[in-house]
Design a protein around this ligand. Structure first.
Ligand code: FE
Ligand code: FE
Ligand code: ZN
Length: 296
């Protein structure tokens, strides 16, 4: 087990002038073996054309560094909502944005796009799940790629859907292209949604029974500022929240998750990224309770 390869990294930025090349450099500077990025700002749908993003240069560095491109993750913007049809403009825009995000993901040589399932607003879970499955059908008929969408397990803030494994399984069942769908399990979100995140074996068993572990494409490794069931979705640094270091360490090293990329989305501390230290501790298993002090 000593040299077991673990796919671990964080979300990274993509800014001028180096764009994707800069993203790859940032990931490598944390000691990452994979990473996640947004192809533009997470909060809006404005996107620069892919030919301006130094993709070839980034991919060259990925190859030189020995990273496995099939483990890279793209995250879709979060303001879209393909689960509610009441606002027709937003429903159509959301489908267009997801089609474009799938095509952009393919242009980076990546094959997994994380998507928040959306919110039912006032329509209830069942209708929202139908709407999303219908939207996904149309999206997969239009996009022309083989990129898979990983539906993220959500915390249950507001009227979010996808907050139980059953809801995620239902979306996959209703979609006519289930081979294009997988799941992103977020440790902060499942705890906030009400799962006992500390029972890692139990969680994975339940996931396997309801969804199937073969669908688990990525795990988001985050601590939570709030207790189990709080439905808040506020991420905390590793070891400082209600999930805790030992549980997050178990997710990183669990044999059932060997090939699954693990991505940290923990908050910056005094405008500095915490990922190098967090990744180091999660790999070594040695938690330093004062590690954040060096950021002050
Ligand atoms: Fe997310
Ligand atoms: Fe997440
Ligand atoms: Zn979150």
């Amino acid at each position: 087990m000593a040299n077991k390869k673990i796919y671990i990294g964080s979300h990274v930025s993509m800014n001028a002038p180096e764009f994707y090349l800069g993203s790859v450099k940032e990931a490598l500077s944390y000691g990452s073996t994979t990473f996640m990025f947004y192809t533009g700002a997470p909060q809006n749908t404005y996107r620069k054309p892919v030919n301006e993003l130094k993709i070839a240069e980034g991919r060259k560095l990925i190859k030189e560094a020995g990273l496995d491109e099939s483990k890279l993750i793209v995250h879709a913007p979060y303001i879209i909502n393909a689960a509610n049809k009441a606002k027709e403009g937003l429903f159509d825009l959301s489908k267009d944005v997801i089609v474009s995000e799938l095509q952009r993901t393919a242009a980076f040589g990546a094959s997994i796009l994380v998507l928040h399932p959306g919110a039912h607003v006032s329509q209830g879970f069942d209708l929202a799940i139908n709407n999303l499955a219908e939207a996904l059908d149309e999206i997969f008929e239009r996009d022309g790629t083989n990129v898979r969408i990983a539906l993220e397990t959500m915390a249950g803030k507001g009227t979010e859907i996808g907050i139980t494994f059953e809801q995620i399984a239902e979306i996959i069942k209703e979609c006519h292209h289930p081979e294009r769908l997988g799941v992103c399990l977020d440790t902060c979100h499942i705890s906030d949604a009400g799962y006992d995140v500390h029972d890692v074996d139990g969680i994975l068993k339940e996931f396997d029974n309801i969804i199937g572990l073969d669908r688990l494409l990525v795990v988001h490794i985050n601590d939570s500022k709030n207790p189990r069931g709080a439905h808040k979705d506020r991420h905390e640094n590793i070891g400082y929240g209600y999930v805790g270091f030992d549980t997050l360490y178990k997710f990183i090293h669990h044999p059932l998750l060997d090939n699954v990329p693990k991505i940290l989305e923990t908050p910056y501390i005094n405008e500095k990224p915490p990922y190098k230290q967090e990744i180091e501790m999660l790999l070594s298993g040695k938690f330093d309770p004062n590690w954040r002090d060096s950021f002050n």
